[in-house]
Design a protein around this ligand. Sequence first.
Ligand code: FMN
Length: 359
Amino acid sequence: MNSSPLWSLQNSAPPSAAPSKTVPAHGLIARARNAFWMAPMSAITDVCYRQLLDEMGAGLLISELVSVKGLVFNSEKTRKMIRIHAHPGTLVGVQLFGESADDFIRVAPLVQEAGADFIDINLGCPVKKVVKKGCGAALMRDPVFLEQFLTRIQRNIGLPLTVKMRTGWSQEELTIHECVSAAANAGCEWVAIHGRTRQQAYSGRADWDLIAEVKRRARLPIIGNGDIRDAERAQSLYSSSGVDAIMIGRGALRNPWIFKQCTGALGATLEPTPMQLLARYFELLKAVYDTRLTLLQLRKMAMWMAYGYPGAAAFRKALFQLHRGADVLEKAEEFFDRTASLPIPQFDESEAFMMGGHG
Ligand SMILES: Cc1cc2nc3c(=O)[nH]c(=O)nc-3n(C[C@H](O)[C@H](O)[C@H](O)COP(=O)(O)O)c2cc1C
């Protein structure tokens, strides 16, 4: 990260923010650019998307989940996932998942050499293939073991350690308080909480009352996450729950300006414009991927950004007929020219959007 003046989380609170934060003035979190962070998302928050969202003012960035085993076996594909873009404007972490503390310790130097500021461990992934091996959300079922596991890793790596978890395995097994204690005792820098159980997957609602309660009891910074679709809600939950930062996932896919809105950095018009943003993403993708992957990622982003505008379904269909990035941009220009005068569509909390993921 660059050496611009360190940002203090207290300073980012909107003027009306009531509860005072318990963020230590030192420690990793005090070096985040602001309190509104991009959530890790598999097959999305790769090196290109992170750079784009860095340029869009996200307070902190985390990679998609990366298999520790893949790094141990030196898989080229996995090694590429931990690349960090040049000159990040804020902290960038690499999220790992795995079941062996020794493996984490073994691969930590690779993550450090790649230029990451911290290692985040995924304790929230609900996917069967992952939990079956005792990784992801399965690690929340035994807080005593979790503490030993995290302690061993924390003491033997050269980077700060953070974790991202759910509220527990199920409503009957809400181990969040114990797991947060385990992380605090193990010396983690913070705990990010997606306010759902593993059993809920992406159904129901993120439990922000529980996140606020965890925050009241916790001895380390708590990051709240789940169902934030617009800047107003992000700011209001940041104030009312007392969390030390907010993580936004799906909301940012449809509205990449959300971080600027949260920090008051967006004026009356969209800056950059949707087309400037897509063109920049295209440039970043081309520098890293082959034509096929570039096209796939660019198409996805154009579709997310079009969601909710009139004509989005037809636009989406048309994109699938295109096989060159330049054609996608041309089609997108027609679409976003037409919608330029419209406000960013509201994204209702109850609307199903990307109801699956690794955390
Ligand atoms: C497509 C997708 C992929 C995800 N991948 C990850 C991941 O790799 N690691 C992780 O910790 N969480 C992952 N998540 C969970 C998000 O980080 C976040 O916790 C969740 O989407 C709730 O926040 P949101 O409502 O703001 O999206 C993923 C979510 C989605 C939708």
